[in-house]
Design a binder for this molecule. Structure first.
Ligand SMILES: Nc1ncnc2c1ncn2[C@@H]1O[C@H](COP(=O)(O)OP(=O)(O)OP(=O)(O)O)[C@@H](O)[C@H]1O
Ligand SMILES: [Mg+2]
Length: 354
């Protein structure tokens, strides 16, 4: 990543049922008939978060966070360890109360009284699966389906097991499963109540590439079915692949948008040129071109910050050839979500050092 081409001032269902017995409220227990439709027909956001803050004593877990998530959107929530992602999920999932601010979850205002109604419409897959290890997979799901007061338990369990590809392990003890398989049981549990909104806290953490791909496929199919998904992850390629929009949290919300929008916010557009050998006076050649806002040498050529790569690329090519360069490649630089993330988080680390 080339720091000099960064733009100047651009920055800008039921639920987890264990291991928190106090929150194991049966979601179906309260009437939800006066709550809005979940299919988006009420036109409101699935999630609306306004100035939400959570403190544990003196420690601020997340501060003054505001964002909206649309119905059917897959929303990625990224940030370094301790950024406040899980605490946000736990707060929006009604497991803990916010210190200040407000939120609407699945169309329902986040209040202690509305907890059961919200939990009837959402599901939360926590960081650690929280299963009963001495029960089988099917017994675990049956137990949770009972706590959730769901009807058609058998059908729901079969369907959830199929969705995570675990039908053949239904009678295995959870304690005998590998970490990845336990994750999948937790995911099956989160699907039991057909949630309209699903909070997934690092669902692929610790999974092998095949299991990861299966979870990705599952998320993609839920996305196609219009389930709103709030996905925290450290896998940036996962967020880029699955999420309509992403937010980067570092106690405060640092950035939010589509990955391509974030790229433009964080980095200026730029061209990478590879040449066989450096030219004699690059400052005179590259610095004089209109539309080139800055340049710097790289090990194999030059990187140029440009206002419009389509206009500048031919001009740069002509100028370099005119100066005797052999051009091997000339491409627009592509910044990944990882570049954006690292740029932002590096800034935070630097700010803390100051
Ligand atoms: N119950 C709690 N009591 C006190 N502090 C807490 C509690 N839960 C979380 N914290 C603190 O809040 C901050 C945010 O933690 P959180 O678990 O939300 O981070 P995270 O972004 O999910 O991190 P990771 O990527 O490591 O999972 C951390 O400093 C953490 O120590
Ligand atoms: Mg976490």
């Amino acid at each position: 990543m080339v720091r000099s081409v960064r733009s100047a001032g651009a920055f800008g269902q039921h639920l987890e049922m264990t291991p928190e017995p106090a929150t194991q409220v049966a979601g179906g227990a309260e009437p939800v008939s006066d709550t809005p439709a979940l299919d988006g027909s009420d036109g409101k956001s699935a999630l609306m978060v306004e100035h939400l803050t959570k403190r544990f004593g003196d420690r601020v877990a997340f501060d003054d966070v505001s964002f909206e998530v649309g119905y059917g959107e897959v929303f990625g929530f990224l940030g370094p360890n301790g950024a406040g992602k899980t605490t946000t999920v736990r707060t929006l999932g009604t497991l803990i109360a916010p210190s200040s601010g407000s939120a609407i979850v699945a169309g329902i205002p986040l209040t202690a009284k509305n907890g059961p109604a919200i939990r009837a419409r959402i599901s939360l897959m926590p960081e650690s699966p929280g299963l009963y290890l001495r029960l089988t997979v099917a017994e675990n799901l049956k137990c949770f389906a009972g706590l959730y007061q769901l009807a058609d338990t058998r059908y729901r369990i079969d369907r959830a097991l199929q969705a995570v590809n675990l039908t053949d392990r239904a009678n295995d003890l959870c304690g005998s499963l590998s970490k990845g398989l336990r994750q999948r049981v937790a995911l099956a549990r989160a699907l039991l109540n057909d949630p309209a909104g699903l909070f997934l806290d690092e669902p692929t953490s610790g999974l092998d590439p095949v299991a990861t791909r299966e979870v990705h496929d599952l998320i993609a199919s839920l996305r196609e079915r219009g389930v709103t998904i709030f996905l925290t992850t450290h896998r940036l390629e996962e967020a880029e692949r699955l999420c309509h929009r992403v937010a980067i949290l570092s106690t405060t919300l640092r950035l939010i948008g589509r990955p391509d929008e974030l790229r433009q916010q964080v980095f200026r557009r730029s061209l990478d040129v590879r040449v066989r050998a450096p030219i004699d006076d690059p400052a005179a050649v590259l610095g004089a071109l209109p539309g080139v806002e800055g340049w710097e040498p790289t090990p194999s050529g030059y990187t140029l910050a440009v206002s419009d790569p389509e206009i500048s690329a031919p001009q740069v090519a002509r100028a370099l050839v005119g100066a005797g360069a052999d051009i091997l490649a000339l491409t627009e630089a592509h910044h990944s979500l990882e570049d954006i993330y690292l740029e932002l988080i590096d800034e935070d680390v630097e700010a803390k050092r100051r």
